[in-house]
Design a protein around this ligand. Structure first.
Ligand code: MG
Length: 337
């Protein structure tokens, strides 16, 4: 942003925490190494470990005697641990292979929280978070299932509680699918490329989307799938650390197609938008599928909204929190392409 020749305060901030550590850990009789930065948290280390072992972060227990129970605190930063690269940890954890197990004992995160406006701005603009995003852009390669389409906008969708009630049980996963999912995707595909981004592992994303028939529907195509490894961890004063989904990762990898003006993201957790608050729409969570699947109209109404705004030049100038009362008149000077 700043083009001055002397390093600005924000550049200095951005270079903080760049120092890297190579950590060795032992798992299942083998040794592995991963690299983290000193400003990374233990949670981030677990993500790196997941990349090489496929053991989900929540299943990992990290042991290093001198640190006692410190490694069980995901929010702890390496800058507070004084670690040397020469240490060797042990990881205990198993790769899960049954989605039913995941559904039953996954920690439930339904408590969304509101961050103050100032705090959101602070998180989004913080040098260390921009640095984390840049690192993620380098580390995480989005694989396209289908090519990006010229002139289309981008819709990014969460899965759990957005498209699917992952906490209820059913003989057939289709019973837990949000009503009108295929109709919704078919309709908005005319104007939007569609990406799915879940805070779970790629294995579950593929499994769930496959079970719901989202990956082979003849009426629409999914451009890409993203998982928890694409997220970054940020710190807020009022709520501590949490993970979020930075759209900048997608914009950096497909700059000729997508940007902050033509992207909208649906998620039931507002905090996932914290790096790009103007691009997020908080969807009502779809829970208790057996009770609600005959009455839930959210995707029907959102189809109308997405199609109503599809020709606007800048989606980020809208206030998506008012989506239900949006009419064409709200946008005084529509600038159609
Ligand atoms: Mg969700």
């Amino acid at each position: 942003m700043a083009s001055s020749s002397s390093p600005s305060r924000s550049e200095e901030e951005e270079n903080e925490g760049l120092e890297e550590l190579t950590l060795t850990f032992r798992w299942s009789g083998k040794e592995y190494t991963v690299r983290v930065c000193v400003d990374d948290s233990v949670g981030e280390l677990k993500r790196r470990i997941c990349e090489v072992t496929n053991v989900l972060p929540k299943r990992q227990k990290l042991l290093y005697p001198k640190l006692g129970s410190k490694l069980s605190d995901d929010s702890l930063l390496f800058s507070h641990l004084q670690l040397k690269s020469s240490i060797k940890m042990t990881m205990i954890g198993t790769v899960e292979d049954d989605i039913i197990v995941d559904q039953v004992d996954a920690p439930e995160i339904i408590d969304d929280f509101e961050l103050g406006q100032d705090e959101v701005v602070d998180i989004k603009d913080k040098g260390v978070n921009k640095q984390k995003l840049r690192r993620r852009i380098n580390q995480y390669k989005i694989e396209l299932l289908h090519p990006c389409r010229e002139g289309k906008k981008l819709l990014v969708l969460d899965i759990d509680y957005t498209l699917f009630d992952h906490r209820s049980t059913a003989e057939n996963p289709l019973e837990l699918m949000r009503p009108y999912l295929h109709e919704f995707l078919s309709a908005v595909y005319a104007k939007y490329d569609i990406m799915i981004w879940s805070a779970t592992s790629m294995k579950w994303v593929e499994l769930k989307m496959g079970q719901l028939g989202v990956l082979n529907n003849p009426n629409y195509k999914i451009t890409a799938l993203l998982d928890h490894l694409a997220m970054i961890t940020v710190q807020s004063d009022s709520r501590g650390i949490f993970d979020c989904k930075p759209l900048g990762l997608i914009w950096a990898q497909f700059p000729e197609f997508y940007d902050s003006k033509n992207t909208i993201m649906f998620d039931d957790l507002r905090r996932n938008f914290v790096m790009n608050p103007q691009n997020g729409l908080t969807i009502r969570p779809f829970r208790k599928a057996h009770l609600n699947r005959n009455s839930d109209q959210e995707l029907v109404k959102l189809t109308q909204y997405l199609l109503a705004i599809a020709d606007l030049d800048d989606l980020s100038s809208l206030h998506h929190s008012n989506w239900e009362s949006f009419t064409e008149d709200d946008f005084k000077r529509p600038r159609h392409r």
